[in-house]
Write a protein that binds this ligand. Sequence first.
Ligand SMILES: CC(C)(COP(=O)(O)OP(=O)(O)OC[C@H]1O[C@@H](n2cnc3c(N)ncnc32)[C@H](O)[C@@H]1OP(=O)(O)O)[C@@H](O)C(=O)NCCC(=O)NCCS
Length: 192
Amino acid sequence: MKNPDVFPTITTERLILREITEADLEWYMRHFSLPEIVDSTGFPGPKDMAVAREELESYILKPFRESTGIRWGITLKGSDELIGSCGFYKWEHEPHRRIEVGYDLHPVHWGKGIMKEAMKAVIDYGFVNMGLNRISLMAFSFNKRSTAFARRMGFVREGVLRENAFFRGRFYDDEYFAMVRSDWESLRNSEG
Ligand SMILES: CC(C)(COP(=O)(O)OP(=O)(O)OC[C@H]1O[C@@H](n2cnc3c(N)ncnc32)[C@H](O)[C@@H]1OP(=O)(O)O)[C@@H](O)C(=O)NCCC(=O)NCCS
């Protein structure tokens, strides 16, 4: 299975999940430098525009081209302004059909169910269009918003990776979650 030639825009009730392009470089720099995003992902923001350009290429543009991942930019209907992103990386194709997922929303939009709406569509896309069998997710143990979010989305906690991440001079535990195809099927069936 490969990504399609044309980026698959997704429309939900309130959102349009669109392609992120080089024209979004300034947004990339700003968004991934937000203290709330840096503190919760442990991913240090790009130090300048040159680094931002390299990251945009290696984390967003190249994975789509090479079918190793796919990341959507989140916009509210009626505006093309990006308010966050979410999507897949580390796509392992046949026979494993597994992938990892990540998400980040501008803090002014937290607490409105926006990421839930976006991720529901993205998860459905993964199981339906990419033929995935397993989606996994890792979050710092202290990132309670993200671990609560993972549970709300129906991810199952599989354990803790002790001192898995080094960030700002010390080690942190990671919580490890996954949703497998059968979880997803039961979830969507129970939603009617
Ligand atoms: C993790 C993150 C995406 C969660 O965002 P969020 O807005 O809390 O998550 P949701 O979209 O599920 O919104 C749920 C909240 O909106 C509320 N809400 C309001 N309207 C809603 C609606 N229509 N539908 C669903 N929930 C709604 C819910 O009650 C809930 O509020 P609560 O947390 O106070 O109980 C966000 O905090 C974030 O981007 N954090 C920084 C990046 C990060 O941590 N990334 C993950 C690294 S592993």
